[in-house]
Design a protein around this ligand. Structure first.
Ligand SMILES: C[S@@+](CC[C@H](N)C(=O)[O-])C[C@H]1O[C@@H](n2cnc3c(N)ncnc32)[C@H](O)[C@@H]1O
Length: 288
């Protein structure tokens, strides 16, 4: 492994919003750098009524969401930690700042993000870092090789949650833990979902690429059980993420190639979250 190149050859991907974010980061767009340069996920406001709506306030909230996931994971110094869909490495870097002697591995399907993660994560505290370009559903690691697996707002992109969980079940050591956050529907009415999908899925896919937000909590439990895992903890942080939408709207209007389409997608996710149909959950799983 060198400091310049990831450790395993890249796979293919289709993530239009990342193409766009990377272009803007490359152009030095200061607002995009502050919004998405470190984390590309929703924010967490302990008191949502006090969200300031500024870019700085959003960046702090995004950092706090990572902290909430890490608090659920209960990571300890010396552990082997895999971050699947690691984006620009913000979660890995926070771990690197907080703990020592970690064996960190960041995995992403998009090689370009790994280059940025490498540049951002300046190792300290005797931590080690490997960055791997690969698919979350085909983890190139030995059985039982991690104490912790993290997946921050990425699982909806994967081709199959069952394959991902099976892989996590394989690579987790006894006593290990998978912690993820995801948009989880309270229930799915298939005909209604299909109807909405036909109308809105092309718009969502144009922006986000492959995505699947149909996995309910019951589905998560079932998938986990079939892969030798069990749901250990769940935290509903929907309320704390709601200011995300207000903060994102002006940015999206300015930068999205199709601002109307992007705003429509964000508005629908916000509406579904506001009426309680869609929850933002932090979920933690352990081997059974
Ligand atoms: C919303 S971003 C979250 C990034 C990062 N976890 C964060 O919180 O900043 C989703 C991430 O999932 C990654 N991803 C999408 N499909 C993937 C796959 N099949 N395997 C691995 N990573 C994938 C994307 O490249 C992107 O980095």
């Amino acid at each position: 492994m060198t400091q310049e190149t990831p450790d395993i050859a890249p796979a293919t991907w289709d993530l239009p919003y990342f193409d766009h974010i990377l272009t803007l980061l490359g152009d030095g767009d200061s607002e995009v750098i502050e919004f998405f340069g470190r984390h590309v996920h929703w924010g967490y406001w302990p008191d949502p009524t006090r969200a300031a709506g500024s870019v700085r306030n959003y960046a702090e909230a995004a950092e706090r969401l990572t902290q909430a996931v890490l608090a659920a994971a209960k990571i300890r110094s010396g552990q082997r930690v895999l971050d699947v869909g690691c984006g620009f490495g913000g979660t890995l870097d926070l771990l690197n700042q907080r703990h020592s002697r970690l064996g960190l591995v960041g995995l992403n399907i998009d090689l370009r993000q790994l280059f940025r993660a490498r540049a951002q994560c300046v190792l300290q505290n005797e931590n080690r870092l490997a960055l791997v370009a690969a698919d979350a559903c085909l983890l190139p690691f030995r059985d039982k090789s991690f104490d912790q697996v993290l997946c921050v707002e990425a699982v909806f992109h994967f081709s199959s949650r069952t394959k991902f969980f099976a892989e996590v079940g394989r690579v987790l050591a006894p006593g290990g833990r998978l912690t993820l956050c995801d948009f989880v529907p309270r229930f799915v009415v298939p005909w209604l979902w299909d109807f909405l999908d036909r109308r809105f899925k092309p718009m969502v896919t144009r922006l986000f690429g492959h995505n699947d937000a149909r996995c309910t909590l019951a589905d998560y439990r079932r998938v986990a059980r079939s892969c030798g895992l069990r749901l250990d903890r769940r935290l509903d942080v929907t309320r704390h993420t709601m200011p995300t939408y207000r903060a994102l709207r002006p940015l999206i209007r300015r930068i999205a190639p199709d601002p109307d389409g992007a705003e429509e997608v964000i508005r629908r996710v916000e509406f579904a979250s506001r009426i309680g149909l869609l929850r933002y959950l932090i979920l933690s799983f352990r081997p059974r």
